[in-house]
Design a protein around this ligand. Structure first.
Ligand SMILES: [Zn+2]
Length: 174
């Protein structure tokens, strides 16, 4: 299976026919071991200078899966990793560091406000949401998610008043 995806990278992503984001979207349905193999192939074979989105998305996926064998290679890219949004490198580094300390899930990183993590992460399951119709500004949307790894439930309030949405995480219960 990984070889089919690698073929797609060679024939469609590297030719510009398929965007890196669409490619990673398609990876959602792949087996976990295959996703890791594909991301390792990307981080070993593509350069961050030529294919920054592919390499960054692959490392982000590996970090979210707490794949520690990739941590050193990630750290070695620090000078070439130009943040396309504020704190992007720091977010991936925090995910790896959290894994290195033995964490079994990513919750303690997702809740850090400076990373502004949206509640739509593949290791989280949406359990409920509410639109607050009686408020005109600030948080107008609440999304409740359960971590698939620790079972903890979070309320994520989303504020759409900025250029891009701001997410505020609060723990409901363990
Ligand atoms: Zn968790």
């Amino acid at each position: 299976m990984p070889s089919e995806y690698i073929q797609i990278i060679r024939t469609q992503v590297l030719t510009g026919e398929l965007s890196p984001y669409k490619f990673f979207d398609e990876l959602k349905d792949a087996e976990s071991a295959d996703v890791i193999a594909i991301c390792e192939w990307i981080t070993s074979n593509l350069s961050i200078k030529e294919h920054p989105s592919m390499v960054k998305l692959a490392f982000t996926k590996l970090a979210k899966r707490r794949h520690l064998p990739s941590y050193d290679k990630f750290l070695s890219l620090k000078k070439d990793w130009i943040n396309s949004y504020y704190n992007e490198y720091q977010f991936v580094e925090a995910l790896f560091e959290n894994a290195r300390k033995g964490a079994q899930c990513n919750c303690s990183v997702y809740q850090v406000s400076r990373f502004n993590v949206p509640p739509y992460q593949e290791d989280l399951e949406r359990v409920d949401e509410k639109h607050l119709d009686d408020v005109d500004f600030g948080v107008t949307h609440l999304v409740y998610v359960r971590c698939k790894d620790c079972g903890g439930i979070w309320e994520v309030g989303i504020d759409y008043m900025y250029h891009y949405p701001h997410s505020h995480w609060s723990k409901m219960r363990d």
